[in-house]
Design a protein around this ligand. Structure first.
Ligand code: SF4
Length: 373
């Protein structure tokens, strides 16, 4: 099993918190789509002809693509890769791009899962984050997608906003639940450098929220969503039974994938590859029929660190058998730490699998760092 990720590096507007690779200048979009199609051809052997079981259009804002451009990319995918008939095909979409026409187009091309960037149901916060849609538009677009046959929908929400109260956050989650979507992803706002919020923080005009507030929001999130029948299968990801994101789960289970487009990453067990994060340089390079991204050969320790970083956060947890397979130099230290975390109530063991407790989930980053070599 393998995955295919396509990075579409364009957005209508720059959200104030976002440090992903994207441009709001859309002038090279047609050339970019041609380059993405060429890269799909140039690197078709990267995954050794493995069957592709998940395709994910991320960004940026993939829903910004015209139907002609999206259709070109789909043709290139089917020309050069074997796509399983049951493949999960996800498109990230923002509310402003979701119309009956776009939904019908996506469906006809084979998209069977939408990941909709909603972030908040309160216009005040949407405006503060410079999102390009209203709360009303978000609710409407989810209903429209459902009416047009999209059952497998994920929505994103952000918590940890400086003035978001516990009651407001609870109400946001209840609105999400009322939309009857089978998947909800929710992340704490992080203030990144080279973003509007990062610059405000540098000037002292935006204060980081205290850890207790973000922890309180996470606890509310877990409580409300579990009570509504969602499973927390990864710290930030919740789903109704059988609606896990297969694509993201395959990252967490270290299955190979190829990433196409500027800034995309690839992984094939032996190495990690990164495409250049610059739209015009990427186009120039691919127009010469060359792929010259950077490649990092992964040592046993790199692979182990990656395993801890991704798996500990999930319901699949980590096991001693898998840890021992990495031939680490000082495995006793790791085993000792695991025992210590169990004794302190941060981890528990079920069927020989180490899993985070709720207390552990609040300190997952710290625990992960300590377990890494
Ligand atoms: S959050 Fe999404 S829509 Fe906003 S700038 Fe980043 S990639 Fe674009």
């Amino acid at each position: 099993m393998a995955g295919l990720y396509i990075h579409v590096p364009y957005c209508h507007k720059a959200c104030h918190y976002c440090n992903f690779h994207f441009s709001t200048s859309l002038k090279d979009m047609d050339k970019m789509v041609d380059s993405i199609c060429t890269e799909l051809l140039l690197r078709k052997d990267y995954l050794d002809q493995r069957l592709i079981e998940t395709v994910y259009f991320g960004g940026g804002t993939p829903s910004i693509l015209s139907s002609d451009n999206l259709s070109k990319i789909f043709h290139a995918i089917h020309d050069h890769y074997s796509i399983a008939s049951s493949a999960e095909i996800t498109l990230e979409a923002n509310p402003e791009d979701i119309t009956e026409t776009s939904l019908l187009c996506w469906k006809s091309l084979g998209v069977n899962r939408l990941s909709i960037g909603i972030q908040s149901f309160q216009n005040e916060y949407l405006h503060w984050m410079n999102r390009n849609h209203s709360s009303e538009a978000s609710i409407k677009c989810v209903t429209l997608a459902q009416k047009n046959g999209f059952e497998n929908i994920s929505i994103d929400l952000i918590y940890g906003l400086p003035t978001l109260t516990a009651d407001q956050w609870r109400a946001e989650i209840q609105t999400a639940i009322s939309l009857n979507v089978p998947h909800i992803s929710s992340y704490c706002l992080t203030v990144e450098e080279k973003t509007v919020f990062g610059n405000l923080a540098k000037k002292g005009a935006l204060q980081p929220i205290p850890d207790e507030i973000s922890e309180e929001h996470l606890i509310i999130l877990i409580h409300e969503l579990l009570a509504a029948g969602y499973e927390q299968y990864e710290i930030s990801n919740f789903c109704k039974p059988a609606f896990e994101s297969k694509h993201n789960s395959s990252y967490w289970q270290r299955k190979p994938y190829i990433g196409i487009g500027p800034g995309a990453h690839s992984y094939n067990h032996r190495e990690r590859a990164a495409n250049i994060s610059n739209n015009s340089l990427y186009i120039k390079q691919i127009e010469k029929n060359e792929w010259t991204g950077s490649i990092e050969i992964l040592s046993d320790i790199d692979q182990y660190n990656e395993y801890i970083l991704t798996r500990l956060r999930t319901k699949w947890g980590i096991t001693l058998i898998e840890i021992e397979a990495f031939s680490l130099p000082d495995i006793e230290k790791t085993i000792k730490l695991l025992t210590q975390f169990v004794n302190e109530g941060f981890l528990y063991i079920k069927d020989d699998i180490y899993l985070l407790t709720t207390k552990g989930k609040l300190l997952a980053d710290e625990i992960t760092l300590q377990l890494m070599h």
